[in-house]
Design a protein. Structure first.
Lengths: 114, 113
């Protein structure tokens, strides 16, 4: 079945460092790909998404490109801030037929130190 | 506009007891999803409602779990009787249209002792 694998944390960075969180997927067809973020004490929020190959999703300085040839959707940010400390989840959805559920990776906890 | 809300935020019960979790989706969202995250593992899909109908319940772990969505508004997820392995965080999400962004609630942390 479909699955998502993302690098396990925790990841600790200093402010202004470069961030990469790797995510690869296994899926039939042409899934949509997502990054969700969970800040402390809050629910998951959609950070960015891409719905087809070579699409780049971006938001709040974060970017991820849908690479079908490598089945990857790595999350990057050029300069992290303390406020980016959160748990990041990579996810996919195959909206074929009536399915609508998301399939998540295990999550990566990011801590950014001042 | 209010987001997805869940109640309670935490619940601690003993093995064998019953617990009912509640989710209020964003008003007007026909699609409602339940997910669960067991410690250190992936967030796993449990089931999907479209209005009051169960569209997909393939992720429900066993018949100790019962989900309802009477009237197509809020939903409840009952666990009876609870087992130790049911501990985790239960998330609810809603979306306006199938395939569109899902908006998540803050989750209910369930601890079964």
């Amino acid at each position: 079945g479909d699955s998502v694998t993302q690098m396990e944390g925790p990841v600790t960075l200093s402010e202004e460092a470069f961030l990469t969180i790797n995510c690869t997927y296994t899926a039939t067809g042409y899934p949509s790909l997502f990054w969700y973020v969970q800040y402390p004490g809050e629910g998951l929020q959609l950070l960015l998404k891409a719905t087809k190959a070579d699409d780049k999703g971006s938001n709040k300085g974060f970017e991820a490109t849908y690479r079908k040839e490598t089945t990857s959707f790595h999350l990057e940010k050029g300069s992290v801030q303390v406020s980016d400390s959160a748990v990041y989840f990579c996810a996919l959805s195959n909206y074929g037929g009536s399915q609508g559920n998301l399939i998540f990776g295990k999550g990566t906890k990011l801590s950014v130190k001042p | 506009e209010a987001g997805v809300t869940q109640f309670p935020s935490h619940s601690v019960i003993e093995k064998g007891q019953t617990v009912t979790l509640r989710c209020d989706p964003i008003s007007g969202h026909d699609n409602l999803y339940w997910y669960r995250r067991v410690m250190g593992k992936e967030i796993k899909f449990l089931l999907h409602f479209v209005k009051e109908s169960k569209q997909d319940e393939s992720g429900m772990p066993n018949n100790r779990f019962l989900a309802e969505r009477t009237g197509g508004t809020y939903s409840t997820l009952k666990v009876q009787p609870a087992e130790l392995e049911d501990s985790g965080v239960y998330f609810c999400a809603s979306s306006l249209v199938l395939g569109h962004e899902q908006f998540f609630g803050p989750g209910t942390r369930l601890t079964v002792l």
